[in-house]
Design a protein around this ligand. Structure first.
Ligand code: Z16
Length: 807
């Protein structure tokens, strides 16, 4: 399609849809028109991709995730369709700014943070690598809450993202399945004496899928992200006459639980988990049966991936369908289940590892509980006398009245992976050590990655242009080619051009900050960024204490020779996470204090941006000079904002945690500021129980001064919160070693300050960060999953038949 044709089609579609001309239409109407042109353009490829997979009996992977966090899809679909430039220019000629239409689309925020965003980066990469892979999740009516600050406190508002409809989804009534929730099950012998389950009571819910096309990058592949929504089947209507009964069921898929790396243990959450697991597994089986292949070979057609423990019931549901519905023997079914399933662990934080009480599970999915009991019984039976008794006790699925979901996922699959080298090593040596002894071959690492298309091409067009002009365009398809930049680290023209792109991005972020927070910041200052969920282990508090220190130092000596710095935070706290909300309050109060203080004007600014989400990340990341990755070593499984920020030329201040270790390896010690305890030292402290925060506080006058500022009135309006945080450090012994790492952190900050003063050297460091970020592409990550775990292949025949370039 050329520009002229696009303009003609656009005007025609607008007339058909709204009986309007461009000049009469609202931005929303224009957005709807453009979206509808796009979906009809890729739907043919979507159908053909689907058909080709079927006709080739292609093995497909199914990524089960309770969260997906795509953000906005308009531009990313345009880019992947190969339409971006054409549409941008075509619309411009019609007097329409594409970016005005972009603003109309609400973020699709069916995820909390890293885990959900990773799932969406994977969807982009799986399609872009031409791999046959699908997403499977929940279509929440309300995504992650909207964050507002009132009196500097976080307030949560509902995210009504579906209010104006959703352009990209297709409701597939014909693919609906029923899910049984609750009731009683007993086993009754049939005429041959085989036991089969009989269900009594409970409710039958209808799961209706909404499919969204996952458009591959200029390769004519369109995969499917299938999200399930609950409806009451017509034949069950009678049972839901009362409003309360209706509501309690309709609520089931209505809200995303707003906790990142934390489990609340709520019955509704367990029901959500079973709902999307059962619907997804049933629809995989139904598709497979339509292929008329031997059931014994299902592992050659389907790979089911369990993303964190939330979908771990896939193991039992798959067993249920094979044994109860397909009359397969337990042994054959179990062998197939293990071959089909694989599992990713995303955390070592104890409070995030799911355990469900037996009672609750019996209540929500009684047959699944029975099957888990049988899996557990056979697991113990097989190992007794072979393995150490205590090890069996520690690894079995059911213990002390609780069902351990990670154990189910590991025992019921052929692969367990962590998300960064360090994390995968810790799984083997500490967290899942017992399982590693049992199944050494099942453990592997898949370091996380990010969708380069969204996080450079779309988010940072200024830098992308410089890259094109310097190293050619191949990096857009093959991110390893970013390495070519290293040839230019002594080239002042390139260094200046990259710096100019950064400056442009900082200017537009500064404008956003001015209009959204009313704070004036200079694009000449260092933009220092920490963007991630608010969590004690991520240590936003460490960052804040350093800011307080700088502030106090500047108050004492306004002439202190430091580079002007703007500290930028973006973070949501789980609504029930009291401590995290106190940190937000205190950061906001410190910001009010500092930003209003004339004596330090121009040296120090603190900005906490409201409602951090994917779209805001796309604005912040390209403008960052410094990336804060300061979690306590061993606690952050991987991190992914660390990768996005380095890719966009930010210099990282980091502990040796998660993927920071691999970033250090990629850029070398001279191009990153490493500080703090190592994971080994942290474990030493745990073992010897010899960390005493109060000693540090009493000995170190700087720490004293800074920590006291929380309670001595220096910062207004934080009487309660300041005390609470003070107590967490001093009275409750500083669980995440903030004070232990403080001095080293300040030194790292100082070295960054110094490096920035040498402009040329800083620009070289920045260039090396971008140049070495290629390995963190999620294209690489999903290819490794495809090769090592899922055993799926791209459909080459598909490309040959239909050509690979434009639509
Ligand atoms: C989550 O976002 C993560 C882990 C988890 O168990 C649950 C949720 Cl909702 C995060 C990790 O904290 C982060 O380190 C990692 O980069 C990300 O998952 C993706 O693997």
């Amino acid at each position: 399609m050329d520009k002229k044709e696009f303009k003609k089609k656009f005007k025609r579609r607008l007339a058909e849809k709204f009986a309007m001309e461009v000049t009469d239409a609202s931005s929303n109407e224009l957005y709807q028109t453009l979206g509808s042109l796009m979906t009809s353009a890729y739907s043919q490829d979507w159908r053909e991709t689907w058909k080709d997979y079927r006709e080739n009996n292609q093995k497909q992977s199914y990524y089960f995730s309770i969260e997906f966090l795509p953000g906005k899809m308009l531009k990313s679909n345009l880019l992947n369709m190969g339409w971006l430039e054409l549409v941008e220019e075509g619309l411009d000629e019609l007097g329409i700014q594409l970016n005005d239409l972009v603003e109309i689309e609400p973020d699709m925020a069916l995820g909390n943070g890293g885990l959900g965003r990773l799932a969406s980066c994977f969807m982009d990469s799986i399609a872009s690598c031409g791999l046959p892979g699908n997403g499977n999740g929940i279509r929440y009516e309300y995504g992650l809450f909207k964050q507002r600050f009132v009196d500097n406190y976080q307030v949560e508002l509902p995210d009504e993202w579906l209010q104006k409809g959703n352009l990209w989804e297709v409701r597939k009534e014909s693919k609906a399945v029923d899910v049984q929730i609750g009731g009683n099950v007993y086993l009754k012998p049939d005429q041959y004496g085989k036991l089969s389950p009989v269900y009594e009571g409970g409710s039958k819910l209808r799961a209706v899928p909404y499919d969204t096309g996952m458009v591959g990058y200029q390769n004519k592949i369109v995969n499917t992200m299938r999200l399930w929504s609950l409806e009451i089947p017509p034949e069950e209507e009678d049972r839901y006459r009362s409003i309360e009964a209706r509501r309690s069921f309709e609520d089931l898929t209505s809200v995303l639980y707003p906790d990142d790396s934390n489990e609340a243990g709520r019955k509704m959450r367990l029901t959500q988990e079973y709902f999307f697991v059962s619907a997804g597994v049933q629809s995989i089986l139904r598709y497979f049966k339509s292929l008329n292949q031997p059931m014994d070979e299902i592992n050659q057609y389907a790979a089911i991936h369990i993303n964190d423990t939330h979908p771990a019931m896939c193991v039992a549901e798959f067993m249920r369908l094979l044994v109860d519905e397909e009359q397969m023997s337990w042994e054959r079914a179990w062998d197939l289940t293990r071959k089909v399933m694989s599992y990713t662990n995303h955390t070592i934080m104890a409070e995030a590892l799911e355990k469900w009480s037996i009672d609750m599970m019996k209540n929500v999915c009684p047959r699944i509980y029975q099957i888990i009991e049988e899996i557990d019984r056979r697991f113990v039976e097989e190992l007794i006398g072979v393995q150490d008794f205590d090890l069996i006790q520690r690894t079995r699925i059911i213990q002390d009245g609780q069902v351990h979901m990670a154990h189910l996922a590991i025992i019921g699959s052929h692969s367990t992976n962590g998300v960064a080298k360090l994390h995968s090593d810790l799984l083997k040596s500490v967290v899942l050590h017992d399982f590693y002894l049992l199944y050494p071959d099942r453990f592997n690492n898949k370091t996380n990655g990010i969708a380069m298309r969204r996080w450079v091409q779309l988010a940072n067009p200024a830098m992308s242009k410089v890259l094109d002009a310097t190293i050619g365009k191949t990096w857009r398809k093959n991110s390893d080619d970013l390495r070519l930049l290293l040839n230019y680290e002594e080239d002042d023209q390139v260094l200046n051009a990259l710096a100019e792109a950064k400056y442009q991005n900082k200017r537009s972020l500064a404008a956003y900050i001015k209009s959204h927070c009313g704070i004036e910041v200079s694009p000449e200052a260092i933009f220092d960024v920490q963007i991630k969920r608010l969590h004690a282990y991520k240590r936003q508090l460490l960052n804040l204490l350093h800011i307080i220190k700088l502030y106090l130092d500047l108050k004492e000596n306004p002439e202190l020779p430091i580079e002007p710095r703007v500290f930028i935070f973006g973070a949501k706290a789980a609504p029930s996470y009291h401590y995290a909300k106190s940190i937000i309050k205190v950061i906001n109060e410190v910001a009010s204090l500092i930003n209003a203080d004339e004596t330090i004007k121009g040296k120090l600014k603190l900005v906490f941006l409201e409602n951090y989400n994917v779209s805001l990340a796309e604005r912040i990341i390209p403008a960052a000079d410094v990336s804060e990755q300061i979690s306590l070593a061993s606690k952050e499984a991987s991190g992914t904002s660390n990768m996005k920020l380095m890719l966009n030329g930010a210099v990282t201040i980091a502990t040796l945690d998660g993927a920071n270790v691999e970033i250090r390896d990629a850029v070398g010690d001279d191009n990153i500021a490493i500080f703090g305890l190592t994971e080994g030292e942290v474990y030493q402290y745990y073992e010897k129980r010899n960390y005493h925060a109060i000693d540090l506080y009493e000995r170190d006058t700087t720490i004293q001064k800074v920590v006291n500022a929380l309670i001595d009135g220096t910062i207004p309006n934080i009487t309660k919160e300041g005390q609470e945080i003070f107590d967490s450090l001093i009275k409750y012994n500083d669980e995440f070693f903030v004070l232990r790492d403080f001095e080293d952190y300040c030194a790292a900050q100082m070295s960054v300050n110094q490096a920035y003063q040498d402009t040329r050297r800083w620009r070289q460091i920045s260039l090396r960060n971008t140049a070495n970020a290629g390995r963190f592409s999620s294209d690489r990550t999903v290819q490794q999953y495809a090769d090592d775990i899922w055993q799926i292949e791209p459909l080459f025949a598909h490309n040959d038949n239909r050509g690979v370039t434009q639509h």
